[in-house]
Design a protein around this ligand. Structure first.
Ligand SMILES: [Zn+2]
Ligand SMILES: [Zn+2]
Length: 172
């Protein structure tokens, strides 16, 4: 689905659609669309701007990404409202009076006469992902000494700390 400025000049576009799992490419090998993505909302061209497009709606999807600590795949549900603004890339900096107040969420730019819904969804999902992606709050991560996943196996490395003088010798 593509929201072209030409169509939006005539009227707002309401959308309600689904993308099967894997359909949206997040351009990041660590992030995958794990479930169907359901979305609905509206795209409109804002008056009194130089062609600013606002896409507002709701999306619901489960993302799979590697846990930051143990690197195992983990699922992250994103079920959230979004409200994104797109300015034409060629417009450059907008005059002061055309700026939106501090309440604005995210501003991006568009080219080629409009905005693709998939690009909007990709961008929002990446923004909505937690800063620290953990498979669970208390993920114990990977042992820095033996490299085993400490959620799965007690490796006992910490029980016998290596004497740093000997560790230095071992590296020779
Ligand atoms: Zn983990
Ligand atoms: Zn270990």
């Amino acid at each position: 689905m593509f929201f072209s400025v030409r169509d939006l000049e005539v009227k707002k576009i309401h959308f309600e659609t689904e993308y099967p799992a894997g359909e949206i490419d997040f351009l990041d090998p660590g992030v995958e669309q794990y479930s169907v993505l359901k979305t609905r909302g509206v795209a409109e061209l804002l008056s009194n701007t130089l062609g600013e497009i606002r896409v507002k709606g709701h999306l619901d999807v489960t993302i799979q990404a590697a846990c930051d600590r143990c690197l195992e795949p983990a699922q992250f549900p994103v079920d959230s409202d979004f409200d994104l603004f797109y300015r034409p890339a060629e417009s450059g900096v907008l005059p002061e009076e055309a700026r939106i107040d501090d309440g604005e969420l995210e501003i991006a730019f568009y080219e080629e006469g409009g905005v693709a819904l998939k690009d909007v969804l990709r961008e929002f999902v990446l923004l909505a992902m937690p800063m620290r992606k953990l498979c669970r709050e208390d993920c114990r991560g990977i042992c820095p000494l033996c490299g085993s996943n400490r959620n799965l196996m007690e490796c006992r490395c910490e029980e016998k700390p290596v004497d740093s003088r000997w560790a230095a010798l071992k590296n020779i």
